[in-house]
Write a protein that binds this ligand. Structure first.
Ligand code: FES
Length: 107
């Protein structure tokens, strides 16, 4: 279980507990948090689950796989250091306290 803070582009914060094994995308989707569309359902095939990881967390997450890296090319206003596809981030206790900022829009 990890407590994850999702911050919408307008500054609205959502702090939710997400079960281990789910993804950061699923944590947003299952809690009705706006700003993550996840059109492909988590298959790393749409880029609409894009979010910016808080700078403190960038180095604490597993590195991007090539598929995520490629798909991020299609995301809206990416930040090379902070952008991730949240469907590729598996939740575990290690992610407790994670903070992600949601982009102004997806694509
Ligand atoms: Fe489609 Fe993440 S949900 S790439």
């Amino acid at each position: 279980m990890a407590k994850i803070t999702y911050i919408e582009h307008n500054g609205t914060e959502h702090v939710v507990e997400v079960a281990n094994g789910l993804t950061v995308m699923e944590g947003a989707r299952d809690n009705g948090i706006p700003g993550i569309d996840a059109d492909c359902g988590g298959a790393c095939a749409c880029s609409t689950c894009h979010a910016y990881v808080h700078p403190d967390w960038v180095d604490r997450l597993p590195a991007k796989e090539e598929m995520e890296e490629d798909m991020l090319d299609f995301a809206y206003e990416t930040d090379p250091a902070r952008s991730r596809l949240t469907c590729q981030l598996k939740v575990s206790d290690a992610l407790d306290g994670l903070v992600v900022n949601l982009p102004e829009r997806q694509i």
